[in-house]
Write a protein that binds this ligand. Structure first.
Ligand SMILES: *Cc1c(COP(=O)(O)O)cnc(C)c1O
Length: 372
């Protein structure tokens, strides 16, 4: 039988080693090293933004973004229920309230038709999260934000290198964020980035990342920040990865399209959309949703796949079903049926950049055998 096929394995075949050696040879390993600025500048350029502020992961990039916009107690932020906890926790930690919308059945992105109904006097922002490699339909969201004078916070962690009508994802928010966790389209091991065109937001984000030290009197603080800095070592890997981004996108599309071709006969499974009118999928993950009642839920299918040496991950679990938020009195008795359905019936299969065609075909054959 084949070796275990992990759900993700990154590819580090560019200048990563060379740049890391440079860190060691020069002794520059902290966030003061030259790769940090280089990576920030190059990354911001890639996503067509003026400012890039690197941070130590994507979750804290969200904390910085929400805090920089001065969102806090009494404010509401509209966001998808189907996403990672980091989106909601960034809002909750400031004292503001997340207001949830359900998912679209086909793209699994936030259902943009529900946004306007959720707006109140307290609404400050819409947090958009591009899910699994296909962008949210941004134009209607931008129109609503302009009409009601709301900020857009854009979480582009799953769409590095993706475009919406040929404009880079990450260029649509007043402030936008990325993650460079090893399963993203480029990685720094751990890492993230805040990007914006607004100088004031950029300065604020930089300050929040660095304990709100002040340029004049370093150890006197007007505000509380964090140490969320990215190291020169991580930025060195990031710069090398960024050089490979176009190849990574091509690679991810090849993986996704090979699965789609292999599995196209399976009517009991819902596959990711290969494209929409505004974007071609870059398959951050290759998600599958069971749509035939005769099969068990995703959890048991994932157990079966594990015995066949295939790694999987469940879909996100909706924010309105999180015990931690219920304990805070949030989202009680809320229902968002599409997200509940995809959370229970969805999982994703191996699709890291290091996967081989042979491995994709093995996984496909196992699925073809399980589902007729
Ligand atoms: C990965 C991810 C994050 C969090 O990034 P970390 O670097 O793992 O903290 C945030 N938002 C989305 C949508 C993500 O996929």
């Amino acid at each position: 039988m084949h070796d275990f096929i992990p759900v993700n394995e990154p590819l580090l075949i560019g200048n990563e080693k060379k740049y890391l050696e440079e860190c060691i040879d020069t002794g520059w390993i902290s966030s003061e090293g030259p790769f940090v600025k280089k990576f920030e500048t190059e990354f911001a350029k890639t996503v067509n933004r003026k400012y890039g502020i690197s941070v130590c992961n994507g979750s804290v990039a969200l904390d910085v973004a929400v805090t920089a916009l001065e969102i806090g107690p009494g404010d509401e932020v509209i966001m998808p229920t189907f996403t990672i906890i980091s989106c909601a926790s960034a809002i909750v930690r400031t004292g503001a309230i997340p207001v949830l919308v359900d998912s679209d059945k086909y793209t699994w992105n936030m259902n943009i038709e529900q946004i306007e109904k959720k707006i109140t006097k307290r609404t400050k922002a819409i947090m958009v999260v591009h899910i699994y490699g296909l962008p949210v339909d941004m134009n209607p969201v931008i129109q609503i934000a302009e009409k009601y004078n709301l900020f857009i916070i854009e979480d582009a962690a799953e769409v590095i290198g993706q475009t919406y009508y040929n404009k880079p994802c990450g260029s649509f928010g007043d402030i936008s964020v990325f993650s460079f966790y090893p399963n993203k389209h480029i990685t720094t091991g751990e890492g993230g980035m805040v990007v914006t065109d607004n100088e004031e937001l950029a300065e604020k984000s930089k300050s929040l990342r660095n304990l709100c030290f002040q340029p004049q009197q370093r150890f006197i603080h007007e505000e509380l920040g964090w140490n969320y800095r990215l190291s020169n070592i991580q930025a060195a890997v990031g710069l090398a990865q960024l050089e490979q981004l176009e190849k990574s996108i091509i690679g991810k599309r090849e993986i996704g399209n090979r699965y789609l071709e292999n599995l196209k006969g399976l009517s009991s499974l819902q596959m990711p959309l290969p494209k929409t009118k505004y974007a071609e999928n870059i398959f951050w993950v290759f998600g599958i949703v069971l749509i035939d009642e005769k099969y068990p839920k995703a959890m048991s299918i994932m157990d079966i796949l594990k015995t066949k040496k295939i790694g999987t991950r469940p879909f996100f679990w909706p924010m309105h079903e999180q015990p931690v938020f219920h304990k805070m009195g949030l989202f009680q008795n809320e229902s968002h049926p599409t997200s509940e359905n995809i959370a229970r019936n969805g999982f994703y299969i191996p699709s890291g950049l290091a996967i081989t065609d042979k491995q994709i075909d093995i996984v496909s054959d196992v699925l073809l055998e399980l589902f007729d």
